[in-house]
Design a protein. Structure first.
Ligand SMILES: *Cc1c(COP(=O)(O)O)cnc(C)c1O
Length: 389
């Protein structure tokens, strides 16, 4: 585990926004809800003039994430999807985009539907298939989207290697880092041009904000995207920024506990008689294990598994869980369970979904930070019931 220095991250996360208030010495950064800001005089602007364009609370949160990702410009957007949409502003009709076949369902839906309307050209590819990826890159894409680990099957791509190949053909690389957060992976340090997050997940971490953030390696690209974010009006609210900045402070500490629990859950599920397969990069026999060790500071706390007995067994499992909540989303302190085919990935057409390996018996869990004994007891009970006639 080499990439991130979790201790420095812990300090930067906790210190984000602390002691920045110049007026009253507020230790915690105040929340600025004002939509507009006065001019000092005729044509004499202050740092902020209108909150769509810039807001002090949002600016602090954006800078905090930019620092953690070691990038230049951070842009806070209203949702994770609006961060993805923001990247699309860089594209023209002649441009080609390459996306992974198993990316987040919402990203898949956005790119395929915009491409259908002719806004750009699109290739959907299995990025673990070296030939398919090389063929796609030979067509000189403008943008390549990466998501590692992928949702929901936790497939890994070597960000550094793929980025090198993309840069050779002049493509920009944007990485969805939602599943790990900057506490575990920093794609810009691996060469990527853009990293983005749904802050709804680990960064805020308390399932009470929907938001997004995007960070660029280069200042110029960041300024271009910030211009577009203001132009199309997708910047995040001051209140959400305040909450997400508060959540961020405990991100590294939460992640440690999430990971510790996930490791034990994975070990419990492996070889369990009610389970066909477990997808967890921490296993030595996981195809992405070595890549994870190289580019991540930990294996994360997301995992998925195939339940024996198909969708009927999945239904019984869900009906018999009390601690795990059946819900979309992930990365909050509470444990969540999800059925990708009918929930997060319902926006994908069935053929594409099955092609990506998302079967009807697949279940994804976001391991929370509750006591591990309670988490395991709940799963043990649910799985036992799932196999009963
Ligand atoms: C949730 C999620 C998104 C979309 O973010 P929203 O905040 O829901 O708009 C994008 N990518 C990944 C991997 C996600 O989990």
């Amino acid at each position: 585990m080499s990439n991130a220095n979790i201790n420095n991250i812990t300090t930067s996360a906790v210190r984000a926004g602390i002691n920045t208030d110049k007026h009253h010495g507020a230790v915690v950064a105040p929340i600025h809800l004002s939509s507009t800001y006065s001019l000092k005089g005729f044509n004499e602007k202050r740092e902020f003039d209108y909150s769509r364009t810039g807001n002090p609370t949002r600016a602090l949160f954006a800078q905090a994430i930019a620092d953690l990702e070691q990038g230049s410009v951070g842009i806070v957007t209203s949702t994770g999807m609006s961060s993805v949409h923001l990247i699309c502003q860089l594209l023209s009709v002649e441009d080609l985009v390459v996306i992974p076949h198993d990316c987040y369902g919402g990203s898949f839906r956005l790119f395929t539907h915009l491409a259908k309307r002719g806004l750009f050209k699109l290739i959907v590819v299995d990025q673990n298939d070296q030939n398919a990826l090389a063929q796609a890159l030979a067509q000189k894409p403008k943008l390549v989207l990466l998501e590692s680990p992928s949702n929901p099957l936790l497939r890994l791509v070597d960000i550094e290697e793929v980025t090198k190949a993309c840069h050779k053909v002049g493509a920009l690389v944007a990485v969805d880092n939602t599943f790990l957060s900057p506490a575990l992976q920093q794609p810009l340090t691996l060469g990527a041009d853009i990293v983005f997050h749904s802050t709804t997940k680990y960064i805020n971490g308390h399932s009470d904000v929907v938001g997004g953030v995007l960070v660029t390696k280069e200042q110029e690209l960041g300024e271009e995207l910030a211009w577009w974010a203001n132009c199309i009006g997708i910047t995040g609210s001051a209140f959400d920024s305040f909450l997400a900045l508060r959540g961020l402070k405990t991100l590294p500490v939460r992640i440690k506990q999430h990971q510790k629990n996930a490791e034990q859950v994975a070990a419990f599920l492996k070889g369990h008689p009610a389970i066909d397969a477990v997808y967890y990069p921490g296993f030595e026999d996981h195809p992405g294990h070595d890549i994870a060790k190289k580019q991540q500071a930990g294996f994360g706390a997301m995992l998925s598994f195939d339940v024996k007995g198909g969708v009927e067994a999945v239904k019984k499992l869900f009906a018999n869980l009390t601690l795990f909540t059946l819900a979309q989303s992930l990365g909050g302190v509470e444990s969540l369970i999800n059925h990708p085919p009918t929930m997060t990935h319902a926006g994908m057409e069935e053929a594409a979904r099955l092609e990506a390996g998302i079967t009807d018996s697949l279940v994804r869990i976001s391991v929370g930070i509750e006591d591990i004994a309670d988490i395991l007891a709940d799963l043990a009970h649910g799985l036992e019931q799932s196999q009963k006639a």
